[in-house]
Design a protein around this ligand. Sequence first.
Ligand code: 0X9
Ligand code: ZN
Length: 319
Amino acid sequence: HYRYKYLSYTKMNKFLERVQERATKADVYIGFIGKSFEGRDTPYVKITSKRDSRPRGTIFIDGGIHSREWISPAMALEVIHRLALNTEQDSQVDQLLDMFDFIVVPLVNPDGYAYTFMPETGVTLGRLWRKSRTSNYSNDFSCYGVDLNRNFGYKWNNSPSFGGSSDPCSPSFSGPYSFSEPESNNLRRLLLANKDVIKGYLSFHSYGQYMLYPWGYREDVEIEDERDLIHVAKAFKDIMQTKNYNYHVGGSAKSLYPAAGGSSDYVRGVVGVKYSYTLELPPVEGSWGFIIPERKVEPIVTDTWKGIKALLFRLHSYT
Ligand code: 0X9
Ligand code: ZN
């Protein structure tokens, strides 16, 4: 069985197809946002209630922008499984599908992810690869790729401290210009196509246990409606607290570090979605860092799903 495992790119696609075949209570549509630099098709899943086709707001979720953060696509697949199959017969899932449509892109950066799966690539260059795998900007194989979370087009490369690098060899290379990369550009297209219906955006990353809202590009700019953003995020934090996860809620730049060109700044600043978050998943204590043993996937994603549900219920009460 494919649940609660770290799936390769190929197995992930099989997982999605199986979910679609087995889905009886929800409508599951699998589409593609485009191809990656190395030519991998990048699927997205749209999950909607079978009950009626009245218009609903959409929750947009993505994972795997950073390839080494394996818990992120695993979390996105869990969201898909829960919503589409609801094998737990959770009545809250029925309610959520009554409130929202869902679009999930579980793996934004399939090339980087596939690279982290190659057994021959050593730990530092292989398993811990963060960027995409573009080879346009350098001839040196160790300098491939762009940090996709520095490549989105809102205040891209904003000075003075943009939290990225113009050096193609840096792990946080922001690219030659915004949306230079097929992967970020593919995501932009799907976001803009749904601009008018997206009510919430969640981007899964790891690690550190943060629920971050804009702005990420500078610490000295206030965000409008900060209290609402905090209140919705607190619904997540409070549930996670009961499971002994200590999450921090705050502005991206202030709580973590300034970094321009992130997806959640773009979603707030250009797509115009008020509730736009970056979720930094565990661990922080125990510190396995990016490398979380597979046996921990099930407890982490099942616990986190409860927090996400709480966040969505509160978000719905605001919209
Ligand atoms: O640096 C990032 O892109 C994110 N952290 S990660 O460890 N997953 O790489 C944080 C993005 C949040 N935005 C800002 N801090 N600006
Ligand atoms: Zn990340």
